[in-house]
Write a new protein. Structure first.
Length: 175
């Protein structure tokens, strides 16, 4: 038997043991509370299906961003230690593509879904739906996609057309 096959057997053996242990749980961990579960148990579709009630604009979003996001993502979404969130428009086909929420993401609704699911990085689920609508509006505003006072809610967010939307192709069949 080759060393490689022997390794596979060891791996399969280990998985088998793991499954046996799972059936006889040592009782570690703890059940999620309803609030913790609600913070992750949702899906927002590109067309906005799944968006909750609530609303916000970039004016309020700026304050929420400055308190909860600026430390990692920089002023106006740029210059921070983590991902750049604004700019890069028109750069994708050039020699130095800068993928940001504004230059790359095809659907504005994904911003809401992502923020509610994953940000702030150290405390996801800590912002209210109104706060997330407002920060979403702020990110769209600093990317020059909407006006600063435009209200973003479950009806208006799906109508926002992202600059890179048409460069995503669905149902492509190679010839
Ligand atoms: C403690 C640092 C930290 C804070 C605070 C934080 N983020 Fe992030 N953010 C990150 C990191 C790290 C990533 C990359 C995560 C990954 O790739 O899995 C990220 C990714 C993102 C992305 C995806 C970027 C992309 O192009 O893929 C967005 C949008 C975002 N953050 C927005 C926010 C907003 C809005 C807030 C405030 C509500 C926030 N973040 C707070 C660290 C942070």
């Amino acid at each position: 038997m080759s060393t490689r096959n022997a390794l596979w057997l060891v791996c399969v053996g280990a998985i088998g043991t793991g499954a046996a242990l799972a059936d006889d749980s040592p009782g570690l961990g703890q059940e999620l509370t309803a609030r913790e579960l609600a913070a992750v148990d949702f899906t927002i579709m590109p067309d906005g299906d799944g968006l909750p009630a609530g609303a916000g604009d970039a004016v309020t979003g700026r304050d929420i961003y400055n308190q909860n996001c600026l430390a990692c993502h920089g002023e106006n979404g740029t210059g921070g230690v983590n991902d750049v969130l604004s700019g890069g428009h028109g750069s994708l086909a050039g020699p130095k593509p800068l993928k940001t929420v504004g230059s790359y993401w095809p659907y504005a609704t994904t911003i809401f879904d992502y923020l509610r699911r994953a940000m702030p990085f150290q405390m996801p689920g800590s912002l209210s739906n109104d706060d997330i609508y407002a920060v979403t509006a702020y990110l769209l505003f600093v990317n020059d996609i909407i006006a600063e006072d435009a209200e973003i809610n479950a009806e208006s967010l799906p109508l926002v057309k992202m600059p890179n939307r048409d460069n995503f192709v669905w149902g492509y069949t190679p010839e």
